[in-house]
Design a protein around this ligand. Sequence first.
Ligand code: MF3
Ligand code: CO
Length: 291
Amino acid sequence: MYRKLERNDLCWCGSGKKYKKCHEAFDDKIMAAQEAGHLVPGRELLKLPDQIAGIRESSKINVAVLDYVAEHICVGISTEEIDRWVYRITTEMGGIPAPLNYEGFPKSVCTSINEEVCHGIPDENRILKEGDIINVDVSTIYKGYYSDSSRMFIIGKTDPEKEKLVRVVKECVEKGLDQVKPWGFLGDMAEAVHTHAEANGYSVVREIGGHGVGLAFHEDPWVGYLGKRGTGMLLVPGMIFTIEPMVNMGKADIYQDEENGWTIYTEDGLPSAQWEIMVLVTEDGHEVLAW
Ligand code: MF3
Ligand code: CO
């Protein structure tokens, strides 16, 4: 339950100002939405300015790592090579790859090729070939602050169908992002994402979504893409979450690798693509922290 302070108390945000001169009106808006039946973020999900500064620094490493991958990825390398790059660049910049040993994940990055939906494990024997499409999902811890983003890469030249899938999923994220603004709802974003995917004949993976991020790898809220406008959690300045839809060329159904316990595949064997950005809700819109 969202609770107000006494009007003359010091504000919860650490500004040193009295509550009535700081976040009281802000809290009133959140409580009005809650009373109208909306899900609202707890105060622990609203990042304070120095936390945002730390998360921004972490995000810079994440973006630099993906930029390095973008420059060097090519036909003939192994996904293990990508893992080595991610580990080296992240640690050179003072960060720690968040996936490494996360719930037993054995590598520093997820590399998911073609019909692999997500959580592909880098492997010396998995060699990138002409026409592959691959998602490289990078996450960083820096001074305790977390960042998370992923991009698709087309290896050499691929067929027009796979190229279109990669492009359309990027557009899904952009259309979702356009909807991120304070006092809107997560469902506004979700509706924009799934509408564009479905208009192109694709399906959105239901079981796996985005998440709050910053002080931990995976925070509330869970971020799905099947929601409707005006539903889902209220968007409030200071929230940070990922938009990372997994979109399948064929059916939405997926299954998990029984041997490695991680990798998710499309049930029908058709390709899947995903882009992930990390966004901060600001007073007047949003700021993309990592991409
Ligand atoms: N980076 C993924 C995400 O977007 C999480 C991967 S968990 C891991 O949330 F352990 F596989 F790395
Ligand atoms: Co994520």
